[in-house]
Design a protein around this ligand. Structure first.
Ligand SMILES: Nc1ncnc2c1ncn2[C@@H]1O[C@H](COP(=O)(O)OP(=O)(O)OP(=O)(O)O)[C@@H](O)[C@H]1O
Ligand SMILES: [Mg+2]
Length: 249
């Protein structure tokens, strides 16, 4: 399927600034990062260092002030909002600290949501959602609503939602932050399993123990990124990417 190393995420000199009153606040200062297909990367850094800002850019939820972001071969600066939303839906599954489930919907309806946005027909949507929930060990809980589930179960529903459409990239911001230690360890084991199945995983955390699950760790400090552990292949210019990924593989 892939020839050579394929960069799923290619950030080139990303700068993010905000206007606050009369002042400009710089949150990301020229971040360069390549994440290759099948890598498990952790981004670590203290509170306020720019982790969530970077995650929002990687997840196409926000745009850089300067620099270029190429996701799976697509230059995001050339995409209009609709196309960007479509790329986001197909390429990325999101996992958040506080799960972000809709409490009035059942587990299976929550998992179906991104598939509805994608326009998948009802029957196929239900099948895909049930498959993802079963994979997460929640086959017996499909009609439960989030308040009727434990924190660990809710996070597994959220992971099922991230997985259901089979996106190549999983992006997790402090996925264990709201869980007790044992449940957090279970969720990290799931992330490692998904990595073993070929997903590209970007895990954002302030916790070095959580980052231990990753193959490669980069540290962000005051908006600047540094390789900390692993392959050290951040944004080498001239490395040729693999073939274009087919949507919905
Ligand atoms: N919309 C915004 N407007 C102005 N400044 C912002 C905005 N969003 C973030 N910032 C600033 O950017 C910096 C980085 O914030 P960010 O949320 O990325 O940090 P973080 O590393 O995720 O922190 P935490 O670990 O606490 O979640 C902070 O100083 C924050 O005040
Ligand atoms: Mg944050």
């Amino acid at each position: 399927m892939t020839i050579g190393r394929h960069a799923d995420i290619d950030l080139q000199g990303i700068v993010k600034t905000y206007r606050m009153g009369g002042e400009t606040v710089t949150t990301l200062r020229g971040v360069c990062l390549r994440v290759y297909r099948g890598e498990f990367l952790a981004i670590v850094g203290p509170s306020g260092s720019g982790k969530s800002t970077l995650m929002n850019i990687i997840g196409c939820l926000d745009t850089p002030s300067q620099g270029k972001y190429i996701i799976d071969g697509h230059d995001t600066s050339r995409l209009n909002d609709n196309r960007l939303a479509e790329i986001r839906n197909r390429k990325i599954g999101f996992i958040f600290q506080s799960f972000h489930l809709l409490s009035q919907l059942t587990a299976v309806e929550n998992v179906e949501l991104p598939l509805i946005y994608r326009g998948v027909a009802a029957k196929q949507r239900r099948e895909m959602a049930l498959r993802a929930l079963t994979q997460m060990g929640l086959g017996e809980r499909i009609n439960h609503k989030p308040p009727e589930l434990s924190g660990g179960q809710q996070q597994r529903v959220a992971i099922a939602r991230a997985l259901a459409g089979n996106p190549p990239i999983l992006l997790a911001d402090e996925p264990t932050g709201a869980l007790d230690r044992k449940t957090g360890i279970e969720v990290l084991a799931i992330m490692r399993e998904l990595h073993a199945k070929g997903h590209t995983i970007v895990l954002i955390t302030h916790d070095p123990n959580v980052a231990d699950s990753a193959q490669r760790v980069v540290r962000i400090t005051d908006g600047e990124l540094m390789e900390e552990r692993g392959e050290g292949r951040a944004a080498e210019p001239g490395v040729e990417d693999g073939v274009e990924e087919h949507l919905g593989q």
